[in-house]
Ligand binder design. Structure first.
Ligand SMILES: [Zn+2]
Length: 270
């Protein structure tokens, strides 16, 4: 993974040539309180996106954002609350030992087991996303991994791990640690017979990687159902990864989603 950095622009080939052109750039924050509120509101917006994209299934799924001040803790959705209703004030803060340290709502035990391990193993990661999307979990049951069949799939070129052994609902720290090791330094991990997990250097990128991985999974399944797909060669996959696979690209892809969700759902700030 590359590091999200406001000074790291999109590759020049993706930007039209011209003077005084404007585009969204990552914000900077004067105080830790401002940064915390930004992460929490963006996390609430990510849940709204997951809901709209059909990525909720009952009480499954959790997306987390590291606290900018107490960095050994993260914000997470309350257990049993619909993604489409989550406001920033509903989020609960959990430390890396699994204790709820802010908020009075219960948290999914699987969220604690998985996200404590991932956030502790990856200090560079700000956010982690996991849900039971239908295409991602279907692909997780197949052996082929993420194939380079489309331009968008190249965001995961040599950038995903596989947690092979399914052993029931993840509820203990040891299994969470195994997921953290399978993720390694990558942006995504396939949880065999379970689903997908993505991480990012921002809430925006982690949420985007999850959405695009779900669609990449859908595309791959459709391609194999329809025929024998043509695979992108390594050189082109690697070059495309350089354009679509970096942290800034992930953050940037979320911006149209943010614009629409924040306009349509002002209660995410409540
Ligand atoms: Zn799960």
């Amino acid at each position: 993974m590359t590091t999200l950095d406001a000074t790291d622009p999109m590759p020049p080939s993706t930007i039209a040539v011209g003077a005084q052109l404007e585009m969204p750039l990552p914000q900077t924050f004067a105080t830790v309180e401002e940064e915390r509120m930004h992460r929490k509101v963006t996390l609430a917006a990510a849940f709204r996106m997951f809901s709209k994209a059909g990525l909720d299934e009952g009480v499954a799924g959790h997306v987390t954002a590291r606290d900018p001040e107490h960095t050994d803790s993260y914000w997470v959705n309350p257990f049993g609350m619909h993604f489409g209703l989550i406001k920033q004030s509903d989020l609960v803060r959990v430390d890396h030992a699994g204790n709820v340290v802010e908020g009075n709502r219960a948290v999914n035990g699987a969220a604690v087991a998985i996200h404590c391990a991932v956030h502790a193993a990856r200090p560079d990661v700000i956010a982690a996303a996991h849900a039971h999307g239908p295409y991602g979990k279907t692909l997780s049951s197949l052996p082929q991994g993420i194939e380079m069949l489309t331009q968008d799939s190249c965001a995961f070129y040599n950038d995903f791990g596989v947690h092979e052994s399914f052993s029931g609902v993840v509820l203990d720290a040891e299994e969470g640690d195994k997921i953290g090791r399978a993720l390694g330094t990558k942006k995504a991990v396939i949880l065999r017979n379970h689903g997908m997990l993505t991480v990012g250097h921002s809430v925006e990128s982690a949420a985007w990687w999850f959405l695009t991985l779900e669609r990449t999974s859908q595309s791959q399944l459709m391609a194999h159902a329809a025929g024998t797909p043509i695979v992108i060669d390594d050189a082109n996959a690697e070059a495309t990864y350089g354009t679509v696979g970096g942290e800034f690209a992930g953050w940037f892809q979320f911006q149209p989603i943010w614009q629409k969700i924040s306009k349509d759902n002002p209660d995410i700030w409540d």
